[in-house]
Design a binder for this molecule. Structure first.
Ligand code: MLT
Length: 406
């Protein structure tokens, strides 16, 4: 018997597990101390009434012989896939069809599982800093090479530095990458890519025969009409891009679990349909998202669902504005948080990002996310999430200012 040796190469634990461990240990040493979390991007507002009403109705249906459902259709129920097509794509003039949509239990699983359909020998490019799931899942699959603890980088990955000099948006590299992970609005920097920038990436991918793995989990936070919500707003992208979407941040489904992946029928390589491959992978390893949850997700697209989730997103946008203002008043340089729920800040006085994390936890009782956890270019930065409890965000910012002596 042999184990997957790639796991032995993985450094430490998953970023948010490490943060949870440090917070739990601090809390047990300081019982009674109120901790405010602006760390992991987990929502705090409850599901909206349109969603819970639809889910309650679906629960009742499941308890009646006439309306009970067993296994669902392998790509998800048509009622949800059609609602997605109409609202997320047709409404923006995009010709994605219900056949291209695969309902899942969330974008994290799909971003991680998509590596199954690609050969181990592909060259993978990731932003630095980056959502760790893209890197770790490739490392587990043996596609990342060796980890160098000195540089914090894997030998076979191509890193695209996202730094203040390029406004945290990477330009396509000179060399060829086969698979490129892009996330806009970005986690962790909150940067957004313009139509022109995304067009450069689509042109690059078409020229090199590469595939863009586009994570659009945070698109609901875009208010600027010039920022694309979907990679499929860019002509030609249906031949080179897979897109991941999530109800987690859009509609508060972090605990409920629902997302979807778009693999366009037009996406082919070496005479093979990637849509057919993903269908084969999902129908073999996944038995679908619960009917009750899919009914809840469908309700997000009703007029009342839309106005209720929009109201929640406005509350989180208000959090983002308060966080930006609080950090600026504390004398820090910040970016993001405008068309995105994440605020990216330089650390005070060039402190290391884990030291800043520890300082803010200890002195302010506020959980943040250290930039270095997202990659070497995240060093000297930390991330704040706008998904915190809106009643506590003003207090968190006051505590941070005091802890930083401003
Ligand atoms: C984050 O905080 O980066 C996200 O919540 C992680 C996730 O969505 O899995």
């Amino acid at each position: 018997m042999k184990l997957n040796e790639n796991f032995a190469k993985m450094p430490g634990s998953y970023l948010f597990s490490e943060i949870a461990r440090r917070v739990a240990s601090f809390s047990s040493e300081h019982p009674g101390r109120e901790i405010i979390s602006l760390g992991i991007g987990d929502v705090t507002l409850p599901l909206v009434p349109a969603v819970t009403k639809a889910m309650a109705k679906a629960v009742a249906e499941m308890g009646e012989a006439a309306t009970f459902r067993g296994y669902g259709p392998e790509q998800g129920y048509a009622f949800l896939r059609n609602a997605i097509v109409e609202h997320d794509f047709a409404a923006r003039g995009i010709s994605i069809t219900a056949d291209d949509i695969f309902i899942s239990d969330g974008a994290k699983s799909d971003c991680g599982n998509i590596v199954d359909i690609f050969d181990v020998d592909n060259k993978v490019a990731v932003c630095d800093p980056v959502y760790p799931v893209y890197v770790d899942t490739n490392a587990m699959a043996g596609r990342a090479g060796e980890y160098d603890p000195k540089t914090g980088r894997w030998s076979n990955l191509m890193y695209l530095p996202c730094v203040k000099e390029n406004d945290f948006i990477p330009a396509p590299p000179q060399e060829k990458a086969d698979l490129i992970y892009l996330c806009f609005p970005n986690n962790p920097t909150g940067a957004t890519a313009t139509r022109e920038q995304l067009t450069e990436w689509v042109d690059y991918a078409l020229y090199h025969d590469s595939i863009l793995l586009f994570d659009a989990a945070y698109e609901a936070f875009i208010t600027d009409p010039n920022i694309p919500h979907s990679i499929y707003e860019i002509p030609g992208s249906e031949h080179c891009a897979i897109e991941f979407r999530s109800f987690s941040k859009t509609a508060g489904f972090t605990g409920t679990r629902c997302g979807y992946t778009v693999v366009p029928t037009a996406l082919e390589r070496h005479g093979q349909s990637l849509r057919a491959m993903w269908n084969r992978r999902q129908s073999t390893k996944f038995n679908g998202t619960a009917y009750i949850v899919q009914r809840g997700a469908e309700a997000v697209y009703t007029p009342e669902g839309q106005s209720q989730i929009r109201a929640n997103i406005e509350i989180y946008r208000g959090n983002a504005a308060l966080i930006r203002q609080g950090l600026e008043e504390a004398g820090l340089k910040v970016s993001g948080g405008e068309n995105a729920p994440y605020i990216w800040s330089e650390t005070p006085n060039g402190m290391s990002s884990w030291d800043t994390f520890d300082l803010l936890l200890r002195e302010a009782g506020v959980v943040t996310t250290p930039g270095a956890g997202f990659g070497p270019c995240g060093e000297s930065y930390f991330r704040l999430s706008a998904f915190g409890d809106p009643k506590k965000v003003p207090q968190a910012m006051t505590r941070i200012r005091i802890a930083l002596g401003r």
